[in-house]
Design a protein around this ligand. Sequence first.
Ligand code: NAD
Length: 348
Amino acid sequence: MKNILITGGAGFIGAHVVRLFVTNYPKYHIYNLDALTYAGNLENIADISDAPNYTFVKGNIKDIDFINNLFQEHKFDGVIHLAAESHVDRSITNPNDFIETNVLGTANLLNAFRDLWKGNFEDKLFYHVSTDEVYGSLGKTGLFTETTSYDPQSPYAASKAASDHVVRSFGNTYKLPFVISNCSNNYGANQFPEKLIPLFIHNIRTGKNLPVYGDGNYTRDWLFVEDHAKAIDLIFHKGKLADTYNIGGFNEWTNLNLIKVLCKQMDLKLNQPEGTSAKLITFVKDRPGHDKRYAIDATKLNKELGWKPSVTFEEGLSKTIDWYLENEQWLNNVTSGAYKDYYKKMYE
Ligand code: NAD
């Protein structure tokens, strides 16, 4: 039996990773550490909460003593670190929260892992989950590869870039075994509706405007969250130590074109005339310092470990919409209270 710590497992991607590991690896005991911020929600993993190989721990990665004690108590063989402040817009209004959780929180976990094993790292691994935003913005052509220089542009991206550097420095300095992956935009079930796809599904459902930043011509690569979780599983078990893997969907969309596809699917699913949802599109003031284009080259992951996305974008989007339409209560729960104030401040 191995003890594996997954941080941020009550959040969007973390919940999918926790479910996959708890279900597929009965020989692992999965500890899910999450502070349950606005983005964390135990409903996301209610289906596996009684599994014998699963324990939820409420706690904050910023709390050094708590983290050290937790590592000493459970002697984690592996860590999959996803806990983070993750929303670019929030990092623009509140950058320090991002530095504290994403940089210092990551350092706390690394220190605790190093102090637990004291250089005796055989069969141990620290897996740091990161983003393609560390690479900055691309022009019309080209793709981010694992050797692209870092050039983060938002406080969120800078905090993730810094955390990647801290992880690598522990590998170099203390020989701490690590692997890092940098992934493109995820979409799927359980994503908090401040991010584009769930926000727009929610707004179409409730007849609200669809706020599109600037001219809508920002380009992003999109990946179905379950495919990200599968890539993490593969890299955790088969990735090369001290290496980096880019994960992406080979699936670039401008925001505006993506929204049009989403509107079309929503019209069909809600049995309303084509064009009804698109009428809600409203252009709003651009996000400051908005990166023009991200696009990932995931060839290394494909060639070395055989990973590729399992669904097309249209299939993934259809599954995602179905999930939100079938889980109205989940949406109502997370969009009550503090969400309303946040939404007003951002878009009204
Ligand atoms: P999320 O915001 O949905 O979830 C983050 C989780 O971390 C929440 O459950 C929250 O409660 C928890 N958390 C936040 N601060 C914490 C703290 N101080 N201590 C303990 N727990 C804390 O984020 P997500 O979209 O699931 O992203 C997960 C990870 O994947 C992040 O590291 C993010 O940078 C990375 N990532 C996300 C995307 C994406 O498209 N969402 C893409 C690439 C990489």
